[in-house]
Design a protein around this ligand. Structure first.
Ligand SMILES: NC(=O)c1ccc[n+]([C@@H]2O[C@H](COP(=O)([O-])OP(=O)(O)OC[C@H]3O[C@@H](n4cnc5c(N)ncnc54)[C@H](OP(=O)(O)O)[C@@H]3O)[C@@H](O)[C@H]2O)c1
Length: 315
């Protein structure tokens, strides 16, 4: 498992500025450069999902990976219950379509994308594990009880939940408050944190004066709260600068320091340099505490529209 996994949700967009969920400019040659630089630096785990552009992210990723031997990289993709077909085995069907788009006969890590119906979908992973079409399984956006249920179902067949993938950033620490990080540590389950950069809002690049791309969905989610994030991103920038890096590197280093494997959405080859720096940044305990206090003081809720509560504060 590399120190950081690479996210390709934005790769499902059309690549036109302002269009789609992220609205970043993406080209085939630019994404190929991302892959080349990532692999040259040991970042070889690629996270995608059918629903990222309804197959487009998987297809674009496969294109960008062309020429690399399958043993040189790892693929992580997901079964999304909300778009399950009505065949006899919707999980196997969705996986088959992903394999086709990804141009491979197995995925290294397969996720149930959300806990829409844990008892219904989890058992369908078992034959796929047995056949070797999926090497490892994880659950995403599941709370502690849902993780335990999935683990029990898999356990009856001799398998287990090997990884959890939840939203976890300085601004959104519900999995930590709910005890999921501790659970993962105690049970040797890998915790992959997604949106550690809050889709760009925690990189220091975007500010009230330079908001997220107009027309994109992330602009709707974040532009309104950018003023509240300024004190945090300024401090992250200062800490980053001390280490020859940026606020984004500090966000990623924080997630590593918390014992998680961040999945960072990479849209430019230059961002790989940031991951190399983040891998080497050792944040002091006081710095972590200061950043978390500033994040709390921002008083924002960045829970995604697709997420349910992991933690409810006592009344
Ligand atoms: N399981 C789930 O439900 C779920 C949900 C969300 C995400 N995910 C996974 O987690 C991945 C990461 O989340 P995300 O892509 O939504 O958001 P993210 O990683 O928080 O932010 C990605 C954005 O930050 C900017 N960025 C990246 N590296 C940077 C750097 N070094 N310096 C400055 N800016 C940088 C880019 O924006 P610009 O293009 O504007 O520069 C990029 O699009 C996804 O791609 C996906 O694989 C999973």
């Amino acid at each position: 498992m590399p120190a950081v996994a690479l996210g390709t949700w934005a790769w499902g967009d059309s690549g036109e500025v302002g269009d789609g969920y992220f609205g970043s400019q993406l080209t085939e040659s630019g994404l190929r450069k991302v892959v080349e630089k990532a692999h040259a630096n040991g970042f070889t785990l690629w996270d995608t999902a059918v629903v990222y552009g309804m197959g487009r992210s998987e297809a674009v990723l496969a294109q960008a990976l062309k020429g690399y031997d399958r043993s040189e990289y790892q693929l992580s993709t997901k079964f999304t219950p909300q778009i399950a077909g009505d065949g006899e085995d919707p999980v196997a069907d969705m996986l088959e379509q992903s394999l086709d788009r990804l141009g491979t006969d197995y995925v290294d890590l397969y996720w149930i994308h959300n806990p829409a119906d844990v008892a219904r979908w989890t058992p369908l992973l078992i034959p796929l594990l047995k056949s070797g079409k999926i090497r490892h399984v994880g659950v995403s956006n599941h709370n502690l009880e849902e993780i335990a249920l999935a683990d029990q179902i898999l356990g009856e067949a001799g398998f287990r939940v090997e990884a959890v993938q939840n939203h976890y950033s300085l601004l959104y620490r519900s999995s930590e408050r709910a005890g999921i990080l501790d659970h993962c540590r105690e049970h040797d389950v890998r915790f992959l944190s997604y949106m550690v950069l809050e889709q760009g809002a925690l990189t220091g690049t975007y500010s009230p004066a330079n908001p997220l791309p107009e027309g994109s969905s992330r602009a709707v989610a974040y532009n309104g709260i950018l003023p509240q994030l300024q004190a945090l991103t300024d401090r992250m920038g200062e800490i980053g600068e001390d280490r020859g890096g940026s606020a984004a590197d500090v966000a990623t280093a924080w997630a590593i320091a918390k014992g998680t494997t961040p999945i960072v959405g990479v849209t430019k080859a230059g961002y790989i340099d940031g991951l190399v720096r983040a891998r080497g940044i050792d944040l002091a305990g006081e710095e972590i505490a200061e950043l978390e206090a500033l994040a709390d003081a921002a008083d924002v809720d960045t829970r995604g529209s697709w997420e349910h509560e992991m933690f409810k504060a006592p009344a």
